[in-house]
Design a protein around this ligand. Structure first.
Ligand SMILES: [Zn+2]
Length: 160
């Protein structure tokens, strides 16, 4: 384990400790979104109860149409609240995932380019490749380099 990965793991544990001490950090929704969604739900329930109460006082089914329309509106408001909840949560989870990926890239030193990755051995490989290459090998073009030693077979193109 490299020092950078160890530091990343330590910071990950610190983040876990921070979340344990502050459980509100675990949810992917900002507090304002929770309030907005709660508002949607309260309005939806109020409309639904009003529609139910109004319809229950009407004996003729034709007189219940207005209350039925109000109930449909209530369900629509409920659906809108759920949509906001899911969209904000999905966006937040995506942002957290992107942050985690960037932390991994920084911890592994992959952000410094192929020359930095290959600095220890001078040789690289990539996912899906079975041979070692020089950094400037044409077969590494467009691939994310990973450091390697002499354990892989030599490349026939760059003669590593
Ligand atoms: Zn090569």
């Amino acid at each position: 384990m490299t020092a950078a990965v160890a530091a990343s793991v330590d910071s990950s544990h610190a983040l876990t400790r921070e979340r344990r001490d502050h459980p509100s950090l675990d949810i992917p929704w900002p507090y304002a979104t929770v309030l907005v969604v709660a508002g949607f739900l309260v309005v939806a329930v109020a409309l639904l109860v009003t529609a139910w109460g109004g319809a229950s006082r009407q004996a003729d089914p034709r007189d219940q149409v207005l209350w039925l329309n109000l109930a449909v509106l209530a369900v629509s408001v409920l659906g809108a609240g759920c949509a906001v909840w899911l969209l904000v949560g999905r966006r937040s989870v995506t942002a957290r995932s992107r942050q985690a990926q960037q932390a991994i890239v920084l911890a592994l030193g992959l952000d410094r380019g192929p020359d930095a990755v290959a600095s220890a051995t001078g040789l690289v490989t990539a996912a899906g490749l079975t041979r070692r290459h020089h950094v400037d090998c044409p077969l590494m073009s467009g691939r994310s380099p990973l450091p390697t030693g002499g354990e892989l077979d030599s490349c026939g193109v760059c003669g590593s």
